[in-house]
Design a protein around this ligand. Sequence first.
Ligand code: ZN
Ligand code: ZN
Length: 157
Amino acid sequence: MDKENKVREIVKQKFTEYLSAKKCRKTPERYAILDIFYTDQRHFDMDSLYEVLNERNFRVSRATLYNTMQLLLDCNLVLKHQFGKNLSFYERAYNNDLHHHLICTVCNKIQESKDAELRLLIQNKKIKQFTPTHYCLYIYGVCNICARKLKKENRKK
Ligand SMILES: [Zn+2]
Ligand SMILES: [Zn+2]
């Protein structure tokens, strides 16, 4: 079994244990939602999750989706990011390397950055009278594609 499939099996197992402990129903829909995060390693908002579920022929209600996301957050299999006011994004939490997020403020696209230099800089930083355990770094700006579009539009003016 390759590493990716192994991770998918492990998270499925963890989810099963959690659902049993909480006496929640183990529905195929719940597992389908979990699986999306561990096959397609992107950052999803609720709308894009909904789309993928439809593509995979799962018909779930908004309520079911929200409810399942709460369960996945609660058992630490999914992480939630709040990028800006109304931008909630979710991503896999298990076996996910530390990375920084680059957020385009024009198209809301999220990119991951695994810049080792930046990571070491933060990890090695001593902070007076404080012991850091973890951190999130969000960098806001304009992505390449949007920058090009904006340039073109400005030229037209
Ligand atoms: Zn953009
Ligand atoms: Zn991420």
